[in-house]
Design a protein around this ligand. Structure first.
Ligand SMILES: C[S@@+](CC[C@H](N)C(=O)[O-])C[C@H]1O[C@@H](n2cnc3c(N)ncnc32)[C@H](O)[C@@H]1O
Length: 234
């Protein structure tokens, strides 16, 4: 079976300690327009089954990126959906930063632009409607951080090699010392066994390739659906 929609990873897992972590961190939240828009997207994503990273992974990405020295300025978000991760990335890079976000679905891209505007980060975020395999090779730009969140998508069921192709073009667009973050490395546990699904085969191949990549130092966080942190060797 090549082509299928794999189940969505819930924003909040059933793990009681994850819930506790989220609850305790809520106490840090400030009531800003950006934060309100993030909550609004969380609710919409829940109601409409739009796959987004959720608050805990948003905070983890932001913390990893904020530790980078020098501060990340050019950030690429692959797979915008309705703008949730792009807003988190814009929040952490601040006014000096720039987030480029690519989304293949024009309706999602349009909704994302509206949320980005309402969150007050429209000057920092550019949403490109298009296929990452067409958009990225046309760019000469290098990025300090790339967040790759498309691998589990139905589109990848066409060909298990697409995941490896995406790794190649991502590494080609990563600055020296840059960070590549990849979501869904576990594919909800499906990576543990041989699979008939092309997406799972693709993710297994991607994981092997990241782990042995000569230009990357990588750590696979066993958190949520598996999050790769890979640093481009200088
Ligand atoms: C998991 S969602 C991204 C969620 C987003 N990162 C967030 O947390 O807010 C993946 C998105 O990637 C898009 N997508 C899938 N294949 C793509 C491709 N080849 N190029 C660009 N976007 C793609 C899908 O339409 C979907 O909206």
């Amino acid at each position: 079976m090549g082509q299928t929609a794999l189940p969505i990873v819930p924003q909040i897992s059933d793990d009681l300690l994850e819930k506790y972590a989220l609850q305790i961190m809520k106490k840090q939240e400030e009531d800003t327009p950006l934060q309100r828009v993030l909550h609004e997207i969380e609710k919409i994503a829940e109601d409409e089954s739009v796959p987004i990273i959720g608050a805990l992974e948003g905070k983890i990405l932001a913390s990893i990126i904020s530790m980078r020295q020098p501060a990340a300025q050019n950030v690429l978000d692959i797979g915008t959906a309705i703008g949730y991760s792009a807003i988190w990335l814009a929040r952490v890079t601040g006014r000096a930063g720039h987030v480029t976000s690519i989304e293949i679905d024009p309706l999602r891209a349009e909704r994302a632009r509206e949320f980005v505007r309402r969150a007050g980060v429209e000057d920092q975020v550019e949403i490109i409607t298009g296929d990452v395999f067409e958009v990225l090779p046309q760019q000469n730009k290098k990025y300090d951080v790339i967040f790759q969140d498309v691998m589990k998508h139905v589109y990848f069921a066409k060909d298990p090699h697409l995941a490896l192709k995406l790794l190649d073009i991502s590494v080609n667009h990563l600055a020296n010392g840059g960070i590549l973050l990849t979501d869904n490395a576990f594919c909800q546990g499906k990576v543990l066994e041989d699979s008939e699904y092309n997406q799972v085969k693709g993710i297994q191949a991607y994981n092997e390739a990241v782990s042995t990549h000569p230009q990357l130092d990588s750590l696979l966080f066993p958190f949520r659906d598996g999050l790769w942190y890979s640093r481009h060797r200088e």
